[in-house]
Write a protein that binds this ligand. Structure first.
Ligand code: BES
Ligand code: ZN
Length: 644
């Protein structure tokens, strides 16, 4: 199971979400309106995770002027919004914030001066943060807000020099998706609003600052940086990082930013990036964001990757030396089409970003490394989906989620949005044929470029551009079942992988009392085969059996996080305490949620395990990102409560 934690968190999220649904959202039609009045499209697809009212007034451009202070762990300064007033009666700008100190709000007057505006910061909601209402009766074209972030901002992590590779310079980075941009910029923090941005950032002179914008590989490190993002992006793609960062090129328009000790290894690992860009362009049209660079973060980065435009943020845990985990690069690059160009309108449609991207990722892998590798990666994902679906609430197994399903948008089901989403597109590809489907997808990215859309807009396009043109290939009922039904439809195409079948046979032979697979055989195994080998082992094994595996393959202490993610929970469940020191070291070094949560979850199942988990967490916590800290705390709290 990929995210055992999420499954637990989700049942709670679901309950909370339903409760919220019962209360009318802030911007539904006035109570006086007759019940039968049709809701406007904007209301029908309302973003439950934002207080913003973009149908009244919209931010079209953001201009930041910020000072970065490592000692105070704050960003502070001003944000200027260019506004498009849409509703003629609107006189307020409502923004999302979380833990921000709002110093002032001003409107640009006709004479060019800034005039103070009244504002109110509402009480904090645990998930959504605080609604900031700025009264602007003159409906100014620009509003300026002065603010400062909190050292605890959920979307930022501040690292001391000791927490970096180089140990000399502090480091900070943002992670805005899904709703953490509001913890470092007051914003209409919903993907349905797109804006261009510019930024001026000051920092200590020895620190390089980068953003999801036009970073200059040759920029002088002088503590004074300016950025521009001329294409309109949603708020969750706003990103910043600062530290001892150097640049090395991969190709003419791609390269790696990283700490000096990491940059060469990363350039070697990601050497195929230029080829990936070319493949994706051949399939889906030009790369529209100018440069594609990658920033390799410290191991505390809570995700595998984040598709910040022009500068993907990447975990160092994929730099394993054999390019076996570069599907992650293909994935973040693919978002340059699916997600950054055509964007979901809100988290209920997360699959439009992640499912499409997982599909494109797999096409890139197939093109560069062959069908066999692409199929292996597909099968591993689908096995995880099968496991997750054994216990996952059916409401979270639908591609398009119903209103009120998600309390916290960080807790979508990976299996659904990524794997079922991609599988649906693989189903369509199979039925319509690759040629027709590729042309269709390319047309979709063109038609909806720089727009934010709900599932229904995609479905209408699918019906007019594919189903109507090639009748009889797919029925409406089949589409309905994929998008609005739970589980995986029987129409899902199957793949097989001879290489994974060979792994199954080798594992079975050993479990049945035979010898372990020969070194000559396993020497040729890739990460995918090792992952499959460990995943297929029983829930628990006698400790001497685990010791035999360790003697042969040295799983304990593996530098490969994908293997560790699966091996350590098995060790914990089996009472193989010899692995404990390595487990502690792993949990202290790595902050990537996907890799470490299964081990915390396994530990929390027994009193001794829980005690060990708490000890390790206490030591690891100062180095964890707020998102990871929250996940670990939730697992420990739940275990302490005891299951009802
Ligand atoms: N956009 C996601 C990361 C994300 C999703 C952050 C939802 C916050 C909320 C990114 O593109 C992603 O999918 N990352 C994956 C890696 C991928 C290869 C499956 C991850 O981090 O595990
Ligand atoms: Zn993604």
């Amino acid at each position: 199971m990929r995210h055992p934690l999420l499954t637990l968190a989700l049942s709670a999220a679901l309950a909370a979400g339903c409760a919220r649904e019962a209360a009318p959202p802030a911007d539904t039609a006035p109570a006086a309106a007759p019940a039968a009045t049709a809701t406007t499209p904007a209301e029908a697809d309302r973003d439950e995770h934002s207080y913003a009212e973009p149908h009244k007034v919209r931010i079209t451009d953001l201009a930041l002027d910020l000072a970065l202070d490592f000692a105070a762990k704050t960003l502070s300064g001003t944000a200027i919004y260019t506004l498009e007033w849409r509703d003629p009666t609107a006189t307020e700008l409502v923004l999302d914030t979380r833990d921000l100190r709002i110093v002032k709000a001003e409107g640009l007057a006709a004479d060019g001066s800034w005039q103070p505006l009244e504002f109110a910061l509402a009480e904090k909601d645990k998930t959504l943060g605080s609604k900031l209402t700025i009264r602007a009766p003159q409906r100014p074209q620009k509003i300026r807000v002065g603010y400062a972030t909190s050292p605890e901002a959920s979307g930022l992590q501040w690292l001391t020099p000791a927490m970096t590779e180089g140990k000399k310079t502090p480091f900070m980075f943002s992670q805005s998706q899904q709703i953490h941009a509001r913890s470092w910029v007051p914003l209409q923090d919903t993907p349905s609003v797109r804006f261009t941005y510019s930024a001026h950032v000051t920092a200590p002179k020895d620190v390089m600052v980068l953003m999801s914008a036009d970073n200059d590989p040759n920029a002088a490190r002088d503590g004074d940086y300016s950025f521009r993002m001329p294409q309109p992006i949603p708020s969750y793609l706003l990103a910043i990082a600062a530290g001892d960062l150097v640049f090395k090129p991969i190709g003419a328009r791609s390269g790696v930013w990283a700490e000096p000790t990491m940059v060469d290894r990363a350039v070697a690992e990601f050497a195929d990036t230029e080829k990936m860009i070319r493949t994706t362009e051949r399939l889906y049209g030009p790369y529209r964001w100018d440069r594609y660079d990658m920033l390799v973060l410290p191991p505390s980065f809570p995700y595998g990757g984040m598709e910040n435009p022009r500068l993907s943020f990447i975990t160092p845990t994929v730099v394993v030396g054999d390019k076996s985990l570069v599907a992650l690069i293909a994935h973040e690059l693919a978002h340059s089409w699916s997600g950054n160009l055509v964007t979901f309108s809100n988290s209920k449609h997360a699959w439009l970003n992640e499912g499409f991207t997982s599909y494109v990722e797999n096409r890139i892998i197939e093109d560069l490394y062959g069908r066999e590798r692409a199929d292996m990666e597909n099968l591993i994902e689908r096995n995880e989906l099968r496991e997750e679906y054994a216990t996952l609430d059916p409401k979270l197994q639908m591609l398009a989620l119903k209103p009120g399903t998600l309390a916290d948008p960080d807790e979508t089901s990976t299996a659904t949005v990524y794997t079922k989403g991609a599988w649906f597109l693989q189903f369509l590809e199979q039925r319509f044929g690759r040629e027709a489907f590729d042309a269709f997808l390319r047309g979709y990215f063109d038609k909806f470029a720089f727009r934010s859309i709900p599932t229904e807009t995609f479905l209408a396009h699918l019906k007019s551009e594919l189903m109507a043109k090639y009748p009889g290939k797919v029925t409406e009922a089949e589409i309905e079942e994929w998008v609005y039904g739970p589980g995986v439809p029987a129409s899902a195409p199957q793949v097989s992988s001879p290489r994974l079948e060979a792994v199954d046979a080798a594992r079975k032979a050993w479990l049945d009392g035979g010898a372990l697979p020969d070194k000559a055989v396993t020497a040729k195994w890739s990460t995918q085969e090792w992952v499959h080998f460990v995943e297929g082992l029983p829930e628990t094994l006698p400790v001497e059996r685990l010791a035999a595996l360790d003697a042969a393959y040295r799983f304990t202490g593996t530098p490969n996080g994908e293997i560790a993610q699966r091996w350590y929970p098995l060790a914990v469940r089996s009472g193989y305490t010899r692995a404990n020191p390595a487990i502690a070291a792993f949990l202290q070094k790595i902050g990537r949620r996907k890799l470490i949560m299964p081990t915390y979850t396994a530990l929390a199942k027994t009193p001794e395990g829980l005690k060990f988990a708490e000890e390790v967490f206490a030591r690891a916590r100062p180095g964890y990102h707020p998102i990871t800290t929250a996940s670990v705390e939730a697992v420990i709290a739940k275990a302490k409560q005891g299951t009802p």
